[in-house]
Design a protein around this ligand. Sequence first.
Ligand code: FES
Length: 157
Amino acid sequence: MSFVWSDENLQMIESLKKRYPKPQALVLPLLWMAHYQEGYISLDAIDAIALVSMLPPMEVYRVATFYTMFHLAPIGKYHLQVCKTLSCTLCGKEDILKSIQELLKIEVGQTTPDNLFTLSQVECLGSCGTSPVVQINDTYYENLTPQSIAEIIKGLK
Ligand code: FES
């Protein structure tokens, strides 16, 4: 097993064990911790999570694959998630997406060759009042225009 919890995460696990009396309840927090530690969830991390949560690795895998926010393979340093639901579509999502694709020269589901950017489309990000919205890693960028999203991306490089 090549996945090893960081010291910080080991401390967090001990703290979480006191909060959750059943180890199975640790699965989601552990998935997040592994995701932030590695940038994705490897099969070795699944095994490590299974060990702590006392679940079969397949159960952990099933949870990890249920949620679209968990990645089971490495992605770019910046994950651009373009909302594709109604409000964002009505407010210009297609133009935002086109601007990103032209700038980065990738399609949805692809990563730039330098591994900086991965482009995805996602369902409603829950910020319909500020459409169109793109989530980049943990940050929302709202009321976007094709020009503003291009400037934001250039600022990330
Ligand atoms: S439709 Fe895009 S945030 Fe809700």
